[in-house]
Design a protein around this ligand. Structure first.
Ligand code: ADP
Ligand code: GLC
Length: 471
């Protein structure tokens, strides 16, 4: 293989958020564009890993602070993903149900990263590029550059893509013995604020850094959860590359998960059918515009404002709206969102949890998608929405700023507000309700957004250009 993507998540094997969607799609489009690209990730106990056949590729041992772990690298037998998939199976450490959230995540991802390098070490033909995603793989560029054991990998260019700089995976220098031997005078490359910081180490050590949208790259220089100075300092090797979407998976004309398929030409009846399905299932009124939220219920998404925003809209008798929420996260927000069901019964409902199929039906059936994000490195939801003819209402930040143009501007097609603020979000929804009353304009915009091309077909080439420069 020429390019190897290393990631904690990859759709459809294991998904927590957009990282999985990107790593599950980008390699496929890079292969289509003529690059030999593969993905390596941990083996977790997921539905996918339990139901598919794998062949053994490699067997070895990885040490971690004096403990030895046997591991296997297994390869998916079928070529259904459009790229070779390798899983690092470390019994007792990685083979659990969830991707993250365990007290030994530091140990898990450290062992994973070392095992990946041990595996690559024995390749006859070494990869041309090692592409790391987020902090879970952030120690790889450091180990490739400075660890004696991996010295022969030193000349391979490494890339870090930052999907989310909020999470950095810091741990104490007490765990320095987890690292393979290296010249200790380079410990500063691992350090940020007296901790080992995998994301900071990756920014320092990788040959190039990318962020998942151009605006996010600029924003990180003033808001990067403590890494602002570092990101500003490394701007010379950094680029913002907007994510694409997998238009094989996210295609309303063929999507097997939605209740009726549709194209731009049949969007009126197709969207109505999906909306009826949702309204039946969630006891909503199909005559009113349907606003939806899909996502992790965390501060970055502005989740704690959602109960207030929705309550304000639904308590105003002059406003006609229905609201449906699909998400999980902060238990207080989950509870507050659920508590509104009784007060606004018939106009409001929630599904607290994770449901991939329901998410597709909501993109297909809603009229509007609400995203009051505080931080949004790229955001895929708004791009899925566009493709399914659902108008996004977004706070203009990061990738939302780069993809959504307000209807007040020339050729605008979305509704934007400047701040993550209850009143601004409420006003934005009020504008959307007004737009909905003007059905000819509303339908015109719906058709317009379905034509916007955010496919990886074009976006994948931006990475290939970067690889070529590094090689
Ligand atoms: P992030 O990665 O920050 O969560 P993105 O917009 O990049 O945000 O991607 C989120 C992805 O996760 C999308 O594919 C979205 O549809 C999906 N998603 C988020 N929450 C849920 C949920 N509760 N059920 C199903 N899909 C979800
Ligand atoms: C992260 C970001 C999100 C982005 C996704 C994929 O999870 O929060 O904005 O779309 O990664 O790059």
């Amino acid at each position: 293989m020429e390019i190897i993507h290393i990631s904690a998540e990859c759709y459809p094997i294991a998904k927590v958020g957009g990282l999985a969607d990107v790593v599950g799609a980008l390699p496929k489009y890079q292969n289509k564009a003529g690059k030999k690209t593969a993905v390596v990730m941990p083996y977790y106990n997921t539905k996918f890993t339990q139901n598919k056949s794998f062949r053994l590729d490699h067997r070895n041992t990885v040490s971690l602070g004096g403990l030895l772990y046997d591991f296997e690298v297994i390869q998916l037998e079928s070529d259904e993903l459009g790229y070779p998939l390798y899983l690092i199976k470390i019994p007792g450490l990685m083979d659990r149900e969830n991707v993250y959230g365990y007290t030994d995540d530091t140990e898990r991802f450290m062992a994973f990263q070392k095992a990946v390098l041990i595996w690559i070490l024995q390749f006859h033909d070494k990869p041309q590029i090692v592409h790391c995603h987020d902090y879970h793989t952030g120690l790889i560029p450091f180990m490739m550059t400075y660890a004696h054991q991996f010295e022969v990998l030193k000349e391979i260019p490494t890339i870090l893509t930052i999907h989310n700089a909020q999470y950095q995976g810091q741990f104490s220098f007490d765990k320095l013995n987890y690292f393979p031997e290296y010249d200790l005078s380079y410990s500063g490359m691992l350090e940020w604020e007296q901790m080992i910081n995998p994301l900071a180490a990756a920014v320092k050590c990788s040959w190039a850094v990318t962020t998942v949208s151009p605006s996010y790259l600029i924003e990180l220089r003033s808001a990067a959860n403590g890494l602002e100075w570092l990101l500003d300092n490394e701007k010379g090797k950094s680029t913002g590359i907007l994510n694409g979407i997998d238009t094989d998976v996210w295609n309303p004309a063929t999507d097997p998960m939605i209740s009726k398929n549709f194209t731009k030409q049949t969007s009126l009846s197709g969207k109505r059918n999906n909306k009826m399905f949702l309204c039946d299932k969630f006891d909503l009124n199909p005559e009113k515009p349907l606003f939806a939220f899909i996502g992790r219920l965390v501060g970055e998404k502005g989740a704690e404002l959602l109960p207030h925003i929705f309550d304000a809209i639904l308590s105003n008798p002059k406003l006609d709206a229905n609201i449906l929420v699909l998400g999980s996260g902060d238990p207080t927000v989950e509870h507050q969102l659920d508590a509104l069901k009784e007060k606004h019964s018939g106009n409001y409902n929630t599904f607290i949890g994770y449901d991939e199929v329901l998410s597709h039906i909501i993109y297909a059936g809603a009229d509007y998608l609400v995203m009051p994000s505080r931080v949004e490195p790229c955001g895929l939801n708004q791009m899925y929405s566009l493709r399914y003819g659902t108008i996004p209402i977004v706070r203009s930040i990061g990738g939302l700023k780069d993809t959504i143009v307000d209807i007040s501007e020339e050729n605008g097609f979305g509704i934007c507000h400047d701040n993550t603020d209850t009143n601004e979000a409420v006003e934005a929804i009020e504008r959307a309700i007004e737009l909905y009353k003007d059905q000819p304009r509303f339908k015109r915009i719906r058709k317009q957004i379905m034509q916007i091309d955010h496919s990886w077909d074009s976006a994948a080439n931006n990475y290939i250009d970067l690889y070529n420069k590094l090689i």
